[in-house]
Write a protein that binds this ligand. Structure first.
Ligand code: G3P
Length: 215
């Protein structure tokens, strides 16, 4: 499973990327706004750190506007993937952009039927928001499971990004289901490393080592 970081925090991206397990980045307007910096500057900086797909979102609501924005964004770097919201205008834009070689990530996806349309339009990526589906009392990971099955039926090449990841259980289930990618906030990536028995084990090894090191 590829791991993307779901953040626009350049410091966090540098820190986690240096470990060597990061395959890409996703941002959205809320994450960019949190940084309080110029959008294009942040995106450009991210492309200089991580060598993999970097999602940057278009904010227009009409296909024409999205296409214009996408073309501008794609000029920033060859790794830019344009995030397009799941609407009929969005799908129209995705069809045009993918034909022109601009990769799209259809975002704000909450159902299998939406994911089916994204794949039919030729989207490179689709982002089901599992946490937000959980928020409305349904199981986000069930939607991911159904998308995987549907895509297999037709051999769609669209990669599934499990997004709106809120906990380790989401990451574990993404792996068990064989999702292509999980885009994970930095603090949850940090949690992935941890286990109380690892800490306890290290402590014990060091204590035992202390007893023999002077002999
Ligand atoms: O990747 C999508 C993500 O940024 C949304 O997460 O927690 O706001 O639902 P959240």
């Amino acid at each position: 499973m590829k791991i993307f970081i779901d953040t626009a925090d350049v410091k966090e991206i540098k820190r986690l990327n240096s470990i060597g397990i990061i395959d890409g980045i996703t941002t959205n307007p809320s994450l960019i706004a949190k940084e309080g910096r110029n959008f294009e500057q942040v995106v450009k900086e991210i492309t200089s750190i991580v060598n993999g797909p970097i999602s940057a979102e278009a904010i227009s609501l009409d296909a024409e506007g999205m296409i214009t924005e996408a073309k501008k964004l794609s000029k920033i770097h060859k790794n830019i993937v344009v995030k397009i919201p799941m609407t009929s205008e969005g799908i129209k834009a995705v069809r045009v952009l993918e034909k022109e070689g601009i990769k799209c990530n259809v975002t704000l996806v909450f159902s299998v039927t939406q994911a089916l349309l994204a794949a039919k339009a030729g989207a490179s990526f689709v982002s089901p928001f599992v946490g937000r589906i959980d928020d409305i009392g349904k199981k986000g990971m069930d939607v991911v499971k159904d998308i995987i099955e549907t895509y297999k039926n037709y051999d769609f090449k669209t990669e599934i990004i499990v997004a709106s990841v809120r906990n380790l259980e989401h990451v574990k289930e993404a792996g068990l289901l064989g999702a292509d990618i999980a885009t994970i906030p930095p603090q949850i990536i940090d949690e992935m490393f941890k286990h109380e028995l690892t800490d306890k084990g290290i402590k014990k090894f060091l204590e035992d080592w202390d007893k023999v090191k002077s002999k």
